[in-house]
Design a protein around this ligand. Structure first.
Ligand code: ADP
Ligand code: MG
Length: 664
């Protein structure tokens, strides 16, 4: 990647201060492309973080449940800011990112680096060197993208047009979520964006059919997410935003709801993609050593490796070890490697060292002492990396970092708060939705969510379950609300049991559990075992035992705070279950389906392996990690699967011979 460019700007008393209390603002773009109905307290307004690498959208539909970060079509809460063209279609978000390496000149990413800039801008000239698509001088000397669009036509597109495609995607994601039109949005931009870049962002919104009611600074949005908009008095807030490709540090001064940017600095080429690159280089070297093959020579292999290393990097934010496992990296070769967090930190150590420089610059420019900083907010997906957090915390002598909002969602979260403020002060509940998720307890003490939080009521959702033990005659159903992975951290709403079930082996019964909530928030839960028809239900009147808004908020905050930890616990329990399931199904295969087809010696070998595995689980249940369970499973699969495969082959051969002989 090109050389890093440090930005330092002193913005004391600049025009970027934004007043949060007023409701309306002139919108220069309004009416240029479309006209929009004026905002009322009932108008849905989303907050959009239009990021360089990922975008995120959030909304407040109901004051009681607060901000909801909206998942995209694959259930992810952030969406790649990538637009891709093939001869047949235009793709935005995940599909575009997934095929990026196949169409490098037709996949447009990082467009935020170009928006509102002239072709001759030194930043554009520097970026041009390493962006894989073509940049040309367009209208009025602005930077444009030249690419082949659908049907292979070459076209020059403005960054506003590309950005509008991303905004349109975020609009569609929101509309699918709320089930209604979304016409208005608050969009965030970096604090250093000038008027031209801000205006271009607004124009992008208008092209997408969105009325951008307000552009706000990303660090300001992050501060709003942390509730600083409501605080009376004076605060100094440092916001460090390490995203996918850029690092922005801002120092904010807050006086009674009015934010002023005191100083900003950053590194326009430092972020998650650089860490991915380091991991990819590391694994490419290993692959070269083992197989004498150059990953870089194969676009498909690069693409596969990049998506796996990004995932591994994310895993290493919560786990000390992880592995990448790619079935066919290239030439049919399977690639399976472990990596530790320590090794990852070593590979990126020179990059991590660059984190402090911009912080020092804003401190120097603002003339403030470290002790005068009241709060430090870490924003951007890459601040989930423990090393990044510790480097910043150490610089401020161990000062606590605010961290109860997901760093890659904080900007959109704050934008949604600003959006709700602009919608009007009258506190109105737009629609009635479930404030917390509802579900039942499943094995391992895990919560299985049935109705997600934020579901519009009335609603009815069913899900199927089965048993874990042979001849289970009783199935207990415990109904909980809450977002945590383990039911013991959630709130128990009620319990009942299906009794006198006919004797069935484990995994045979099919239990349909239906949750329905009526207009009056009354929840009824029905469980029905399909083969026997045995059925029971309970009714829970939620209005009577409803939690207060404060209690709901506390539960949501806990869920955010412990999200990573919960993921580790859940991953571990699921890995143990996967191992147990494998043992169980292998036992069935050996004793039942293949009982007569296996050689006695193979049968014995598998049985003793399974027995050992069961003992191993018993002895290590409490101390084993997710990786330990996965490794164990991998090992016994390597042993058992080929034997089973051979047995099936033998059966197939015998059958074929029989057929042949009967024809004679
Ligand atoms: P942007 O730079 O577009 O504002 P984000 O703030 O969403 O984007 O940051 C995206 C980057 O954060 C990506 O490089 C992604 O890999 C990284 N990231 C997301 N989650 C994690 C995690 N758990 N650990 C480490 N990096 C993460
Ligand atoms: Mg960002």
């Amino acid at each position: 990647m090109g050389s890093a460019i440090l930005l330092a700007l002193n913005l004391a008393n600049s025009s970027f201060a934004s007043n949060l209390s007023d409701g309306n603002q002139n919108n220069r773009t309004q009416g240029k492309f479309a006209s929009f109905a004026p905002l009322t307290p009932d108008t849905p307004v989303v907050g959009i973080d239009l990021g360089t690498t990922y975008s995120c959208v959030a909304i407040i539909r109901n004051e009681r449940i607060g901000v909801e970060v909206i998942p995209n079509e694959s259930g992810n809460r952030i969406t790649p800011s990538v637009v891709g063209f093939t001869d047949d279609e235009r793709m935005v978000g995940e599909p575009a990112k997934n095929q990026a390496h196949l169409f490098p000149q037709r996949t447009i990413y990082g467009i935020k680096r170009l928006i509102g800039r002239k072709f001759g801008d030194p930043e554009v000239q520097a970026d041009k060197e390493w962006l894989s698509y073509e940049i040309v001088s367009g209208k009025d000397g602005s930077a444009y993208v030249r690419t082949n669009v659908v049907r292979g036509l070459s076209r020059d597109l403005s960054p506003e047009e590309i950005s509008s495609m991303i905004l349109l995607k975020m609009k569609q994601i929101s509309e699918a979520f709320v089930g209604n039109d979304i016409q208005h949005a608050v969009v965030t931009v970096p604090a250093y964006f000038n008027d031209g870049q801000r205006q271009a962002t607004k124009d992008a919104g208008a092209i997408a059919g969105l009325n951008i009611v307000r552009i706000i600074n990303e660090p300001t949005a992050a501060a709003l997410a942390y509730g600083f908009g409501k605080i009376k008095g004076n605060r100094k807030i440092l916001v460090a935003d390490l995203g996918g490709g850029t690092y922005d540090v801002s120092l904010l001064d807050l006086k009674d709801g009015l934010f002023t940017v005191l100083a900003i600095s950053g590194d326009t080429h430092l972020g998650g993609e650089d860490f991915d690159q380091r991991l990819a280089e590391h694994f490419s070297k290993i692959f070269m050593k083992k197989h004498q093959k150059e990953v870089k020579s194969d676009n498909r292999a690069i693409q596969l490796l990049m998506s796996h290393v990004e995932k591994a990097k994310r895993d290493l934010s919560t786990l000390l070890y992880t592995r990448i496992s790619i079935e066919n990296l290239m030439h049919g070769i399977e690639f399976n490697e472990q990596i530790s967090r320590a090794r990852f930190e070593e590979l990126c150590s020179d990059l991590f060292k660059k984190i402090i420089d911009p912080i020092e610059i804003v401190m120097r420019d603002s003339g403030l002492k470290k002790t005068e900083i009241d709060s430090i907010l870490l924003v951007g997906g890459s601040t989930r990396i423990p090393k990044v957090r510790s480097i910043i915390s150490e610089y401020f002598n161990g000062k606590e970092l605010s961290q109860n909002i997901n760093p890659d969602e904080a900007v959109a979260y704050g934008a949604a708060i600003q959006a709700a403020m602009l919608r009007g002060n009258k506190k109105r509940i737009l629609i009635d939705i479930t404030p917390l998720s509802l579900g039942v307890e499943v094995s391992g003490g895990l919560m299985s969510h049935i109705i997600p939080r934020g579901t519009q009521i009335p609603t009815k959702i069913a899900q199927s379950y089965t048993t874990e033990q042979d001849y289970q005659q009783l199935i207990k159903l415990s109904v909980y609300e809450g977002e945590r992975s383990l039911v013991k951290e959630n709130r128990l709403l009620g319990q009942f049991a299906l009794t006198d079930l006919p004797a069935m082996k484990r995994r045979v019964p099919s239990i349909q559990v239906t949750f329905s909530i009526d207009e009056n928030s009354i929840l009824s839960v029905t469980a029905r075992e399909e083969t026997s028809g045995i059925e029971k239900s309970i009714t829970i009147n939620q209005d009577k035992s409803r939690l207060s808004n404060d209690e709901i908020n506390r539960m949501l905050q806990d869920a955010q705070r412990y999200a990573e930890q919960d993921k580790v616990i859940e991953g571990r329990i699921n890995a143990q279950k996967a191992l147990e399931n494998y043992i169980f199904s292998m036992e069935n295969t050996v004793d039942e389906s293949l009982a007569n087809a296996l050689l006695i010696i193979d049968k014995k070998a598998i049985k003793s392996t399974l027995k050992e595995a069961k003992i191993w689980i018993k002895e290590n249940e409490d101390s084993a990690t997710q990786i330990d369970f996965e490794d164990y499973l991998h090992d016994i699969q390597l042993f058992c699967d080929p034997i089973i495969k051979r047995a099936y082959k033998r059966i197939a051969k015998e059958l074929a011979e029989e057929d042949y002989s009967s024809e004679l």
